[in-house]
Design a protein around this ligand. Structure first.
Ligand SMILES: O=C(O)CCC(=O)C(=O)O
Length: 280
């Protein structure tokens, strides 16, 4: 499926660098949105081995989480390999190459109470380097009550916050490497917090160190499905965390400090020197 030309402007790049996040409007064509919807329903019906459901029977709603969908769902592979997001990420990060780390699905059915509490992504990942970003694509309209919140500029704080159980009760597990994330939720007035009203086709691109949280879905008549992709740029390398990073699995044989560009399990999707989706 052809992609519309990605009109990434200097202003988008500046916003991404300054705030750690940029919202791009209408960049995913309706046909691609349909591809994602089909892929999401396929995964909900037959999840992969990484699936986690955070709601219990009797809880309101349904909070479903899965990743590496592209490895078993053709629509998700098609979008990740041939959709516009790898190239956009490369341009925003000024990266010559972009490899796919993993794709990630968040479904919060109507009434789901689970937030994805304030966190940065990079401390969860066994990845060092500065060119690491994600995109977040809502498949349903979102706003401040059920969308994505972030603290602009927090990727430049020079702080790394320890991973914790961000999608269940927000409790934390011990980490040796990083400090604890401050309690932003109970001190919201101390922070600049931004959110966006988004329609299907809009995408957020954000740096892996920007502090953010995903809202729950208090709406009783509307689903809240979102697909994210994690993109590895030129300077990303395997880093061993303490305790070890839980996901995604790093293949045996990858050595600390090794460039991800050379790891076939994280396929090269876009390169300024060659065609997109060359490894499909
Ligand atoms: O959709 C959500 O609730 C959370 C998304 C998120 O934290 C992420 O994609 O990194």
């Amino acid at each position: 499926m052809p992609n519309a030309v990605c009109n990434i402007t200097e202003e988008h790049i500046e916003t991404f660098n300054r705030d750690g996040l940029v919202c791009l409007r209408g960049v995913i064509a309706p046909e691609w949105m349909e591809t994602l919807r089909t892929g999401v329903e396929r995964d909900l019906a037959r999840p992969g081995e990484n699936v986690e459901v955070y709601t219990s029977p009797g809880d309101p709603g349904y909070f479903f989480n899965d990743f590496d969908l592209w490895t078993h769902i053709p629509e998700m592979k098609d979008f990740a390999f041939n959709g516009p997001c790898a190239e956009i990420s490369a341009r925003l990060m000024a990266s010559v190459h972009v490899n796919l780390f993993f794709d990630h699905l968040f479904v919060k059915e109507p009434g789901t109470e689970g937030k994805t509490h304030w966190h940065q992504d990079q401390p969860y990942f066994a990845v060092d380097g500065t060119k690491l970003c994600s995109n977040w694509i809502p498949l349903d309209p979102v706003s401040s009550d059920n969308g994505f919140e972030f603290v602009p500029g927090s990727h430049k704080w020079g702080r790394w916050f320890a991973p914790f159980d961000s999608m269940k009760d927000g409790s934390r597990y011990a980490g040796e490497d990083f400090e604890r994330c401050p309690d932003i939720e109970n001190n919201r007035d101390d922070y600049e917090i931004r959110t966006f009203d988004m329609q299907p086709g809009d995408v957020l691109f954000f740096h892996a160190l920007v502090v953010h949280q995903g809202q729950s879905n208090p709406r009783t008549a509307q689903r809240r499905r979102a697909v994210a992709h994690r993109w590895l740029g030129d300077d990303t390398r395997y880093a061993v965390r303490n305790p070890p990073s839980e996901f995604p699995k790093i293949p045996a044989g990858v050595l600390p400090g090794q460039a991800f560009r050379d790891v076939p399990e994280f396929p090269l999707i876009w390169s300024s020197a060659g065609a997109q989706g060359a490894h499909a």
